[in-house]
Write a new protein. Structure first.
Length: 259
């Protein structure tokens, strides 16, 4: 019986800045359509891991693979083309563009028409534009923003801007979605809506998700496996139930009892 290749395989990944190890010996495997949580105290190295996986930083040790292909050394736009997309702690939308335009921007690399076709508005240009417009609207529907297509991004409520960022990530056609604190700043209602949307996109697009989040109720509800890092090193790995009672995790978040 053959074992299915993991979507993401990370082996002994690490990076140092001026002799200081920000992430050390990081290992993880995520299968198709799985949802993993990556948690840890502030400054533990979580976002650094995301920056390594998206080509923002180059690892000084180890390697990582997407569907068996080594990704070390690839630039950020190449990583996106290969199938890894992310959202950010601080929302990064094109604030003056509409919701629809924000999603369509992520599809630019899929445009096949020539500069001549675009300049003279030839049939091939209009056909692809119509196709991309329809796809972008479909993605807005998936994140419950179908009626907000023509709204300027900065005019959307905070929670809807978060969902728009996810729609834009989906537009890249990724295989692995990295969500960096997607519930940050959300109220309980918005967080519940986000949880539902994450489950919907996993099932609809059959994608894998790696999630950084400080909202422990969200992490415990949605993640199948959780990995905990502290000072750049993994201190625990397991199911939500196992992580919740792990003494090292409790100590990392709350400190030792005598403190």
């Amino acid at each position: 019986m053959s074992v299915e290749q993991p979507v993401l395989q990370v082996s002994h990944l690490g990076i140092s800045f001026g002799g200081l190890k920000a992430v050390s010996d990081f290992n993880i495997e995520i299968g198709k359509s799985e949802l993993y949580g990556l948690i840890g105290p502030n400054g533990a190295g979580k976002t650094t891991v995301f920056n390594l996986l998206t080509g923002v930083y180059k690892p000084t040790e180890g390697a990582f693979f997407l569907n068996g292909e080594k990704m070390n050394g690839k630039k950020t736009h190449q990583v996106v083309q290969e199938g890894i997309a992310r959202t950010f702690q601080n929302i990064r939308l094109f604030k003056k563009m509409t919701a629809l335009e924000n999603v369509k921007v992520a599809m630019n690399m899929k445009m096949k028409y020539s500069l001549v076709a675009a300049a003279f508005r030839l049939p091939s240009y209009w056909a692809q534009e119509a196709e991309i417009d329809a796809k972008a609207r479909e993605l807005l529907e998936v994140v419950d923003l179908g009626d907000k297509a023509d709204v300027i991004a900065q005019n959307l409520p905070y929670g809807q801007q978060r969902r728009l960022e996810i729609a834009r990530a989906l537009a890249t056609g990724m295989k692995l979605l990295l969500l960096d604190e997607p519930a940050a700043g959300m109220n309980p209602t918005e967080t519940a809506e986000l949880l539902d949307i994450i489950n919907v996109i996993r099932k609809k697009f059959n994608i894998s998700v790696l999630l950084i989040e400080h909202d422990m109720s969200l992490v415990m509800k949605i993640c199948e496996k959780i990995q905990v890092i502290d000072y750049g090193e993994t201190i625990a790995f397991g199911t939500p139930e196992e992580i919740a009672i792990n003494p090292r995790v409790i100590e990392a978040y709350l400190g030792k009892e005598d403190e």
